[in-house]
Design a binder for this molecule. Structure first.
Ligand code: G3H
Length: 257
């Protein structure tokens, strides 16, 4: 705590919290763009926040991405003691590599905490016909109901172009994302600088509007390169959101404020 005072981290947290109008901001020292270890620290801080938010019975909706993968690695069995933890992927496949997929991350989270998880079996790209019949599958509707009733959401925020590139987005969509000046991404939604949705990856599961009635929302994203993305996403994000970020993103963000 002392170190945080000296380095001005507490002050930054306070300024950022005011600027974004959110519930709580946690900043870890360093810049995860430059130092991979810092992303692990974000994961650790996110795991701690998550554990402080847990009640007796919890349904936790989780997105994909490397920051969520880091968070999963930092969870341990003590947070699951005396509690029921159910991890569900927030949305269906959105083109990520397996290790960054919400399904896999949920499985790791359950394994680390002694909780359980569910898998949402939705391929990234299916025709409309298959898509509609999938929605009639009990194995899928059951998970969709769980996602609906999740009381905690934890998610990453990405830079729009980085995410679109990583997801091997097709040319037409790529063009749209560029033309509409998307800067941020979360849950498979792409946002412009005003926080407006300019593209949405078509898949099932949580919709951004579902966030509003979630009592606990935890967002984790760091690195100087994500400052714009975080700002854009946060414009429309629920004010109850707890943001875990790093000094790299925070100092870029606070420039000129
Ligand atoms: O869904 C992915 C997130 O938006 C960002 O992913 O944590 O790997 O940057 P990341």
């Amino acid at each position: 705590e002392m170190m945080r005072e000296i380095t001005g981290i507490s002050e930054m947290e306070h300024s950022l919290k005011k600027l974004l109008g959110v519930n709580k901001v946690v900043i870890v020292p360093g810049d995860s763009d430059e130092t991979p270890l810092v992303k692990e620290e974000i994961g650790k801080a996110t795991a701690e926040i998550l554990s402080s938010c847990l009640g007796k019975e919890n349904i936790i909706a989780v997105t994909g991405g490397t920051t969520m993968a880091c968070t999963a690695e930092m969870l341990s069995s003590d947070i699951g003691e005396g509690r029921k933890l159910l991890f569900v992927p927030a949305r269906g496949g959105i083109g990520e590599d397996v290790k960054n997929q919400a399904n896999v991350i949920c499985a790791t989270m359950a394994e680390k905490t002694g909780g359980i998880h569910r898998v949402l079996y939705v391929p990234d790209e299916v025709g409309l016909e298959v898509y509609h019949s999938l929605l009639k599958e009990p194995a899928i509707t059951e998970v969709l109901d769980m996602i609906k009733s999740a009381n905690i959401v934890i998610h990453g925020i990405g830079d729009a172009l980085t995410m679109a590139g990583r997801r091997r987005t097709n040319k037409t969509v790529m063009k749209k994302i560029i033309e509409e000046n998307a800067v941020g991404e979360a849950f498979g939604y792409y946002f412009n600088e005003n926080g407006e949705i300019v593209h949405k990856v078509p898949t099932i599961g949580m919709q951004i509007s579902d966030l509003e009635d979630k009592p606990i929302v935890i967002a984790a994203a760091g690195g100087k390169s994500k400052a714009k993305a975080i700002r854009a996403y946060m414009k429309g994000a629920p004010k109850t959101t707890i943001l875990i970020t790093d000094e790299g993103a925070a100092s870029e963000f606070l420039k000129g404020h």
